[in-house]
Ligand binder design. Structure first.
Ligand code: BGC
Length: 317
């Protein structure tokens, strides 16, 4: 495999994985050079933080104090705000083997978040065709933290992903309102289009979702409960035989099927990125956890260490 990663947003710009004939193909969306990454794009390949996903109305209470954050998604805060970790220049240091450690210190008050947060993201390409991402963070004040990687995968390397077969190790999901904020319920996937407990083509139940733009943009509650590194999802692309397994220590995964892409962004090799041409498996804590005491907590306190890992492993069938 080949991985190319930039210190701007720690963006994975290229990820080449073999098909069943051994032929390598770039399987992530992105751009050929830096400039388009500096303009508006939907977080292609980036580390997202300080808090990935949505926070209702950009408000939360912590230890009796109300905090207000940048609003950048309708009425809500999304993916760290106007200038999140995806738009920061990180320090890059090579590690032993095929690995790079990226570090960034988010200052107190950045995008409205309390306390300074020192973050490291180490990306390692292993001999087992895995891209492993290790996240560490410490804070000097209590603060919410929820880090993820926002890679857009297409295991065929082109076309749409509707026929990719997806399995998710989740018996439950978190239903959302019309602004995609969780209602707080943890619902069974049984009998719903959220049921990926047996492999299903990604696009086979889009019509049952009754959302616009159509497609998945949902958080799944992983059966592992975020206890240890566990298999969260498997995606198989029938033609190439490529299989992507996602392992994570996180309790949730947001499945996003690039519903908002509309062909107006031109990516690598001149490809127009159309709706449903990729899927994201954003391993993370649930959206708006700061406002739902029944969800696993995202609060990091001084003296504690935030530590999570996600592994994207490529095989073939
Ligand atoms: C969100 C989508 C959003 C996309 C790109 C996903 O994580 O769930 O609603 O459009 O990121 O910003």
């Amino acid at each position: 495999m080949v991985a190319k990663i930039t210190n701007y947003g720690t963006i994975i710009t290229e990820l080449h994985a073999p098909d069943r004939q051994g032929k390598n193909q770039d399987v992530v969306l992105g751009f050929d050079h830096l400039e388009p990454y500096l303009t508006k794009h939907p977080y292609f390949g980036a580390t997202v933080g300080r808090v990935a996903n949505r926070i209702a109305k950009g408000r939360f209470e912590l230890d009796g104090k109300t905090h207000t954050l940048a609003i950048n998604d309708g009425p809500n805060h999304l993916h760290g705000g106007l200038k999140g970790f995806d738009k920061m220049r990180w320090k890059a240091e090579p590690q032993a083997g095929a690995a790079v450690k990226f570090t960034y210190t988010s200052p107190d008050g950045e995008e409205g978040y309390p306390g300074a947060l020192a973050v490291s993201v180490t990306m390692t390409l292993t001999e087992a065709n895995e891209l492993r991402i290790d996240y560490l963070a410490t804070a000097d004040q209590p603060t919410p933290v929820n880090l993820t990687n926002h890679s857009y995968f297409n295991l065929a390397g082109s076309g749409d992903v509707l026929g990719h077969e997806l399995w998710i190790a989740a018996d439950h999901y978190t239903p959302v309102d019309e602004t995609r904020i969780p209602t707080g319920e943890i619902k069974s996937v049984k009998g719903t289009p959220m049921d990926f407990t047996s492999p299903q083509p990604i696009g086979s139940r889009f019509v049952q979702l009754h959302v616009k733009p159509v497609g998945y943009d949902n958080n799944f509650v992983l059966n592992s409960g975020g206890k240890g590194l566990a298999l969260a999802a498997r995606v198989r692309e029938p033609k190439s035989g490529r299989v992507l397994e996602t392992y994570t220590t996180q309790p949730g995964v947001q499945l996003y099927t690039s519903n908002f892409l509309d062909g107006s962004l031109t990516g690598k090799q001149g490809f127009a990125y159309r709706q449903h041409c990729a899927f994201c498996l954003e391993t993370q804590h649930f959206a708006d956890s700061v406002n739902h005491p029944n969800f696993p907590s995202v609060i990091l306190r001084p003296g504690q260490t935030y530590s999570h890992a996600t592994v994207y492993k490529f095989t073939v069938t």
